[in-house]
Design a protein around this ligand. Structure first.
Ligand SMILES: *Cc1c(COP(=O)(O)O)cnc(C)c1O
Length: 491
C-alpha cells in the first residue's frame, strides 16, 4: 500500500505525545525559573528571522517543531509569571491548571458531549458560584475571558430591556425609533465600550459617569443622569459596576448601585473580571455588599485564580432570558447525531448545552482547569492567596507613609497600590517624567516590573499583585528599588 503522503501518522502521534512533552519540559522548566540570564533568549531580530519562514510546502516533521519550540519559541516567551512581575492582571498559569489545560486540549477538545469534561464545565461553574457567593440559580458559562464575559452579561441586559417593551432584540434587531443608554464610570474597563459596540447598542450610548476622589463611580451624577434621561424617554439598558477597577483596584458601591438599578427598573452588571475574587479577603468582603442583587457578572479565572489564559466566566441571573439572547437554532447535523432512547456512548448524548448561552459553538473545555486549581488548593488556598496579595498592597501603603519621597495616589482596597516618587521643587510635569523614567529603569535593570497609569492626572507606578509566586521579598524589593532609582535619577 502506498504510504500516506505528508500527513501525520496518527498512531505515532498519540504515542509520541508524552515523548514530545518530555522533550519540551526542560525548556519550560527553565523558562519558569525566572532567574539569571537565559542564554537561549535572543534579540527580537534573531528569533523573528528564524521563525519568519514561508509556508512549508513539504512538512518538516514533528522533531523540527520540537526543536524550534525548545530553542527559539519557549525561551522568547513572556515571563509575566516571574515573582517580581506585577504589571498587568494576568500571570503565568500554575502547574495544576496548565496540566489540566493540556489534558483538556487532548481529551476534552469539544465540551458539548456528555463527557467528564462537560460535567466539569458545570461543576467548575458551580464551585466558582459557591466560592464567590454568586446565587446558585444563576446560569454560568465559561468563555475566553473578561471581554466576552462582559458581552454575555450585556447581551442579557439588552434582551431584558427590550423585552420589557415587547421587542425581541435578538430576533428582530434594535428599534429605530427608540433611544437607550448604558451607564458606567469613567474607570470601567474599555471592553465595556467594545461589548456595547458588538451588541449593536452603539458605543456613543455608553454614558461615562465621573468618579469621586476615591475613583469610585459618582452616585449623585449617576442618579441625576438617569433621572434626566428618564424624562426624555431614554431606555436604561444597564448600569455597570466595576468590582475591582483595573487602574486602582477599587470596588464601586454595588449596593447603592443595586438600589438605583431597582429604582429605574434596569439591569445591574458587575465587571469583576479581576476583582470579584477580592471578596475572599475578609478584610474587604464588606465592599461587595449587595452583589447578589446584581443581574450578571463577569469573572476571569485566568487572572487571580491563575488558570491558563483563555479562561473567563459569565454569570447571568436568568437562564431562560440568556438562552433567548444567545440562542443557537438547532442544527440538523448535530441533532441528527443524537441517539434516541437510552444513553449508549458519549456521542449519543449532549451534556449541559453551553452553546446556548454564549457566542461560541465549538469551544474548549475550561471547567477542568478551574476544577484542577480549586481541587489543588481549595477555597482556603484561594482565600489565603487573595488576602496575602491584598495585604501586599496595604504593606506598600504603610511603607510609603514612612518615606517622605514616596506619595500614595488614590486608595487601596484590593491588591493594587498606586504611588509615585516625589521631590520638593519638581512640578507635575517633571514628576510625571521622573516616574516614567523610574518605571523604564525598573523594566530595564531589575526583576521588578509594575505598570504605570494615571490617577487624578498624575502618572503613578502601579503594582498589582495576583501572582501566586510573588512574596513579600519582591514587594519590599520594589519599594527599595524605586527609592534608589528615584534618588539616582535626580542626581
Ligand atoms: C481583564 C479585565 C477585563 C478584560 O478581560 P480579558 O480577560 O482581558 O478579556 C475586563 N474588565 C476587567 C475589570 C478586567 O480586569
Amino acid at each position: 500500500m502506498e504510504s500516506q503522503s505528508n500527513d501525520v501518522d496518527e498512531k505515532a502521534q498519540i504515542k509520541d505525545l508524552s515523548g514530545c512533552v518530555k522533550k519540551i519540559l526542560p525548556a519550560l522548566e527553565k523558562f519558569n525559573l525566572f532567574e539569571g540570564q537565559d542564554e537561549a533568549v535572543l534579540n527580537k531580530d534573531k528569533w523573528k528571522a528564524i521563525l519568519d519562514k514561508p509556508l512549508p510546502q513539504k512538512g518538516e516533521g514533528v522533531d523540527c517543531v520540537i526543536e524550534e519550540l525548545n530553542n527559539v519559541i519557549i525561551p522568547n516567551g513572556l515571563r509575566n509569571g516571574a515573582p517580581g512581575f506585577s504589571g498587568w492582571i494576568t500571570t503565568a498559569p500554575t502547574v495544576a491548571g496548565a496540566t489540566a489545560g493540556l489534558a483538556s486540549m487532548v481529551a476534552g477538545s469539544q465540551r458539548v458531549w456528555d463527557t467528564s469534561f462537560n460535567f466539569l464545565e458545570t461543576l467548575g461553574l458551580s464551585w466558582l458560584k459557591e466560592l464567590l457567593g454568586i446565587p446558585s440559580q444563576w446560569q454560568g458559562i465559561f468563555v475566553s475571558g473578561g471581554s466576552v464575559a462582559n458581552i454575555i452579561g450585556l447581551a442579557a441586559a439588552r434582551q431584558s430591556a427590550f423585552e420589557k417593551i415587547g421587542i425581541d432584540p435578538a430576533k428582530d434587531g434594535l428599534p429605530g425609533d427608540k433611544q437607550w443608554k448604558i451607564y458606567a464610570s469613567r474607570e470601567a474597563h474599555h471592553v465595556i465600550l467594545r461589548a456595547v459596540g458588538v451588541l449593536g447598542l452603539g458605543r456613543k450610548n455608553v454614558v461615562s459617569i465621573s468618579v469621586c476622589e476615591n475613583q469610585k463611580i459618582n452616585l449623585d451624577e449617576l442618579r441625576k443622569t438617569l433621572k434626566e434621561d428618564k424624562k426624555q424617554g431614554i431606555i436604561p439598558i444597564a448600569i455597570v459596576a466595576s468590582a475591582g477597577t483595573v487602574n486602582t483596584g477599587v470596588v464601586d458601591p454595588i449596593n447603592d448601585m443595586a438600589d438605583i438599578a431597582e429604582e429605574y427598573n434596569t439591569w445591574l452588571h458587575v465587571d469583576g473580571a479581576y476583582g470579584l475574587f477580592g471578596k475572599l479577603d475578609p478584610q474587604v468582603s464588606h465592599l461587595y455588599k449587595g452583589f447578589e442583587r446584581a443581574n450578571s457578572a463577569a469573572v476571569d479565572p485566568h487572572k487571580w485564580l491563575a488558570a491558563p489564559v483563555g479562561c473567563g466566566a459569565a454569570f447571568v441571573c436568568d437562564r431562560n432570558l440568556l438562552g433567548r439572547a444567545l440562542t443557537l437554532e438547532p442544527a440538523e447535523y448535530l441533532e441528527g447525531s443524537i441517539g434516541q432512547g437510552e444513553h449508549r456512548s458519549p456521542f449519543d448524548t449532549f451534556g449541559d448545552q453551553y452553546h446556548e448561552f454564549g457566542v461560541a459553538q465549538s469551544a474548549p473545555s475550561r471547567g477542568v482547569m478551574v476544577w484542577a486549581i480549586l481541587k489543588e488548593i481549595g477555597a482556603q488556598g484561594m482565600r489565603d492567596r487573595v488576602s496575602r496579595h491584598n495585604s501586599y498592597a496595604r504593606h506598600i501603603s504603610m511603607r510609603i507613609q514612612q518615606k517622605d519621597r514616596l506619595e500614595q495616589v488614590g486608595c487601596v482596597e484590593l491588591s493594587i497600590c498606586c504611588f509615585r516618587y516625589v521631590s520638593p521643587g519638581l512640578d507635575e510635569t517633571a514628576l510625571d517624567e521622573l516616574n516614567e523614567a523610574i518605571a523604564e529603569k525598573l523594566r530595564e535593570e531589575s526583576l521588578y516590573v509594575p505598570s504605570t497609569t494615571r490617577v487624578n492626572g498624575k502618572l503613578v507606578i502601579r503594582p498589582c499583585f495576583i501572582n501566586s509566586r510573588t512574596t513579600i521579598k519582591e514587594v519590599d524589593g520594589l519599594i527599595d528599588k524605586v527609592c534608589s532609582l528615584g534618588k539616582n535619577l535626580l542626581k
